[in-house]
Write a protein that binds this ligand. Structure first.
Ligand code: HPA
Ligand code: ZN
Length: 327
């Protein structure tokens, strides 16, 4: 089997029917009896207009992830699930503040996720997301404080992110969060250039992001493309998600392979595999079919992911060896 890396994978977007069934009792939630109906409820419809629409799909999976037990189990089950797809290393992200509806603290949620993480033998790390939204400053600052507290080089929390509705809440509004993250030396990736344009990506770079979630719309500013190349900023691109949220009008013009040819550090990821009904293999097949991928480009994509992973050099060496064996 081929070896893949997924650097952009949301826990709440990875709750498949099978995982939801494992959580429902523990969550105290009654789900539809029919799997087809449940799958429909857990995934995005083809009528999705934009990212705001897409984000509504998180309501059901999030409702299952409001206890320590279900968060722990979900992190473990997602790892077991992606292992079957040939993933040899992943970074799983979630926003602790979205799991506190029943009165749990962000700290309790993070500790539960770490227990789940350590149950699986798949090498994975966690990225904690701050959220775009109204009145979230205090929760975001708490996420950053906890990211620092739990920060490790491998085998735990390795970075922070900014997720949520980019079209409604501009990146620039989160200056305080990322100044603090920079002050604390926490590695940063930011969702940008997905529902908003190149300016959002530039702001993310100013905020210290060494990786960009999506970055699709960076092409709007050729100077920015040069800067991304010069810095070797990783673009965590997620083709199916970008198609569904209409990050770009026409998928024929999806810039992934153009960026790759330019020498920008592009990677292919799933984003929300259950909501988008995808897998890492499907993402690669889609790109291969639509735009073509040479063996060299496939290897480049793997090496880009290794280069950009928030992990140790030892882990990176192990992943490169794995590719040589399974490639
Ligand atoms: N963008 C912003 N927030 C998200 C996404 C995304 O693509 N997926 C899950 N949360
Ligand atoms: Zn995402």
């Amino acid at each position: 089997m081929k070896a893949y890396i997924d650097l952009h994978l949301h826990l709440d977007g990875a709750i498949t029917v099978e995982i939801a069934r494992k959580l429902e009792e523990k969550a105290g939630i009654i789900l539809p009896e029919e799997d087809t109906e449940l799958e429909q409820k857990l995934s995005v419809s083809e009528t999705c207009e934009n990212l705001n629409d897409f984000l509504k799909c998180f309501e059901l999976p999030l409702s299952l992830l409001q206890t320590e037990e279900t968060v722990e189990e979900a992190v473990y089950q997602v790892q077991e699930n992606i292992k079957k797809d040939g993933i040899v290393y992943a970074e799983i992200r979630f926003a602790p503040q979205l799991h506190c509806r029943n009165g749990l603290s962000q700290k309790q949620i993070i500790e539960a996720s770490l227990r789940g993480l350590h149950k699986s033998d798949l090498p994975c790390n966690l990225i904690l997301c701050c959220m775009r939204g109204q009145d979230v400053k205090a929760q975001n600052m708490e996420t950053i404080r906890l990211a620092k507290k739990y920060l490790v080089k491998d085998g735990g929390v390795v970075a922070i992110d900014l997720a949520g509705a980019e079209g409604l809440f501009p990146t620039a509004d989160y200056k305080e969060e990322f100044e603090e993250a920079q002050r604390l030396g926490i590695p940063v990736t930011i969702h940008a250039g997905e529902a908003d344009g190149a300016e959002s990506v530039k702001t993310a770079l100013e905020f210290g992001a060494v990786r960009i979630g999506h970055g699709v719309r960076s092409f709007e500013d050729p100077g920015l493309l040069q800067e991304l190349k010069r810095r070797q900023t990783c673009l965590e691109m997620c083709p199916t998600s970008n198609r569904q949220t209409k990050a770009i009008e026409n998928m024929e013009q999806y810039p992934l392979t153009d960026y790759l040819k330019m020498g920008i550090c592009v990677t292919i990821n799933t984003d929300d595999m259950a909501i988008s009904r995808t897998t890492i293999q499907k993402e690669f097949s889609y790109v291969e079919k639509m735009y073509g991928l040479t063996e060299e480009q496939k290897e480049r994509l793997f090496l880009n992911a290794v280069q950009s992973a928030f992990t140790t050099d030892e882990r990176k060496k192990q992943l490169i060896n794995e590719y040589a064996v399974r490639g």
